[in-house]
Each structure stands twice: as C-alpha cells, then as structure tokens.
Design a protein around this ligand. Structure first.
Ligand SMILES: Nc1ncnc2c1ncn2[C@@H]1O[C@H](COP(=O)(O)OP(=O)(O)OP(=O)(O)O)[C@@H](O)[C@H]1O
Ligand SMILES: [Mg+2]
Length: 319
C-alpha cells in the first residue's frame, strides 16, 4: 500500500477517534484493490465524503467519479440514465445516449442510498455487479465495465433483506467490504477538531474574524447529541463563523436553544422573558430531537396529532 495515500486519507479525516482510525486502516487497504465497498452509517456521518476520498486517493483517481442517487431517481428513467440507449430504442430515443455506468469507465461508480432501489432495478444491477458487463437499451453489444463500485445506505440493509425489500444476492455482492461510519455522538473526541476546522474554513470564505470556538462554546458543542451528525455540526459552525465578531466564537454565535435540556430551556425562558410561542417552538424542537424526528412519536409525546405537529413545524421553521 502506498504510504502517501495513507497519509492523505488520515489527514482528510483528522480524527482522534479509535473507531475512525480503525476504519481508515481498512480504507487504506482497499485503495489499490477493486473490491466493492459498502458504506453504512446514519445520515450526515460522512458516507459521500468517504466515497469521494476513496476515489481520489485510490488507484482510479485519474478517472471519473459518478454518483448515482438511487433514492430519488424516478424508476422509469433509471434504466436509460444508467445503461444508456441506442438510437431508436424507444419512441423518444432520437439519438444514442451513453449511460452513467459507461461514463464511469476507468473511475468510480457511487450508488448512493442503494436501499432506495425497487426490486426490479435491484435485479438489473445485480447483473452489472456480477458480470461487470452492460448492454445499452435497444443494443446488442455488451460492454465490459471497468470501474470501482461503491454503494452507501443509511438504512440497515441486512434488516431490509430480512423484510424482503432488498435482494440478498445483491446484498452479498455489495457487502464484500463494508465500512460503518459511527455517529458523531459516539466519537465525541472529534467534535472540537471538526468544529474548529469547519469554523475556520467558513470564516475565511466569508472574511469573518473567527479562528476557533471559545472554551464555553466547545463545551456546549461537545455535550450535544448531534442527531444530524457531521452535517449538522458543519452547518452550525458555518453559521457561527458568519455571526462571529471576534477571533473566539462565543455561545452567542450558537443556536443555544438547540443544545439545552428542557429544564435549562425553562430557566432561560423565564430569565429572558420568552413569549409562549418561542417556548413552544423550542420545546417542539427538543421533542423532535429526542424522538429523532419520528413524527408519530413526537406528536404522541406532545399530545397533538401529526397534522398539527406539521403545521407548527412549518410555522416555527423547524427542521
Ligand atoms: N471527516 C470529515 N471531515 C470533513 N467533513 C466531513 C467529514 N465527514 C463528513 N463531512 C462533511 O459533512 C457533511 C455530511 O457528510 P456526507 O454528505 O458525506 O454524509 P452522508 O453520510 O452521505 O449523509 P446522508 O446519508 O444524509 O447522505 C458533508 O458536508 C461532508 O463534507
Ligand atoms: Mg450521502
């Protein structure tokens, strides 16, 4: 294995967490191989980030990186997008079109959220993964695929296999090498490192004075549960950079009510004379957080129906 790539990978992550370090060792081992990689982890933990890093530092860095959004592509467009077509393959096929799979030749194909594919498309892809050959719609020639395949999922695919919504043969094909990104709350040692990094970058971009968070801000950031993981941290750090007026960004640059316990919120509300509406908004935000955005559970806890919850969320602009 190339030492330079190993250094690049570790530097990109800048992590102190033993779990991330262990994961990066596996990453480094596969950089020069063509094994399929399956990236698992909650939303915002860095699956896209890692997929691009594997591409950039691996043996196919000279080739293209193509991301395929499996959860949002309409099923009827999926096949022609992916496989391309020959002129006359169907009524609107006025010209030949190269599919995304073919465009990834020599590079990396990243299937984002594979759990979102319906069973019919799973069968089509199984053939690609197994035989590494594709045929354009309406065509005869089969083309050999020479690309690395990475897939990601934020749902438990093994569970999906058991539930019958994900093909087991596809799962085992993809699962040659699976890497699970831990949620941010299980690697708290990385919160200050990432927070500072995101803050500095954004401060530079927006020409703001922030260089780091103050000690008090760091302690608030470290104690939060981060349901949105690294993405949420990045958003908050960038917002803090914009609001900063000094080199050390204090708690006033943070959306503090997001980090407070319900009890703290009550105390703050009384001290700052919040309106009942502001208190309600903060409470709903907290309940959504602890239920991990499970709307039915949140509505249950709040003693309102889901429709009312949705209305209030919209009214208060809650995520
Ligand atoms: N270790 C890291 N260092 C720097 N930035 C990171 C790191 N991990 C994640 N990020 C950033 O955090 C954000 C969220 O990461 P990413 O989009 O990769 O998450 P994801 O796991 O693909 O989420 P989803 O399941 O919602 O698609 C991105 O802006 C990404 O650049
Ligand atoms: Mg993603």
């Amino acid at each position: 294995v190339n030492d330079r790539s190993a250094v690049l990978v570790r530097r990109a992550f800048a992590s102190k967490s033993p779990r991330i370090r262990e994961l990066l060792e596996s990453v480094v081992r596969i950089l020069d191989l063509d094994a399929n990689v399956l990236l698992l982890g909650e939303s915002g933990t860095g699956k896209d980030f890692l997929a691009e890093l594997v591409h950039r530092t691996g043996r196919r860095s000279g080739g293209p990186f193509l991301k395929i959004d499996c959860a949002n592509l309409p099923p009827d467009l999926f096949e022609s997008e992916l496989f391309g077509y020959e002129k006359g393959a169907f009524t609107d096929a006025h010209d030949r079109k190269t599919g995304k799979i073919e465009l990834a030749q020599g590079g990396t194909l990243y299937f984002d959220e594979v759990g979102g594919l319906d069973l019919h498309l799973q069968a089509k892809l199984l053939r690609v993964f197994q035989e590494r050959r594709i045929t354009r719609l309406g065509g005869n020639a089969s083309i050999t695929l020479d690309a690395r395949i990475i897939a990601s999922s934020n749902v438990d695919l093994f569970e999906a296999v058991r539930a019958g919504t994900f093909r087991s043969d596809l799962y085992y094909r993809l699962n040659v090498m699976s890497l699970t990104l831990p949620p941010l709350r299980e690697r708290r040692e990385d919160i200050p490192i990432l927070a500072r990094r995101f803050l500095r970058r954004a401060a530079e971009r927006y020409r703001r004075p922030a260089e780091d968070f103050s000690a008090e801000s760091h302690s608030i950031l470290r104690s939060y549960t981060w349901p949105g993981n690294v993405r949420e941290l990045r958003n908050i750090a960038e917002r803090a950079a914009i609001l900063s007026t000094e080199p050390l960004a204090g708690p006033e640059t943070l959306p503090t009510e997001r980090f407070l316990s319900p009890r703290d919120i009550l105390e703050l509300a009384v001290a700052e004379r919040w309106s009942l509406e502001r208190l309600e908004a903060a409470y709903i935000a907290e309940v959504l957080r602890v239920t991990r955005n499970n709307r039915s559970r949140a509505a249950d806890l709040l003693g309102i129906n889901r429709k009312t919850l949705l209305e209030k969320r919209r009214k208060y602009g809650l995520p």
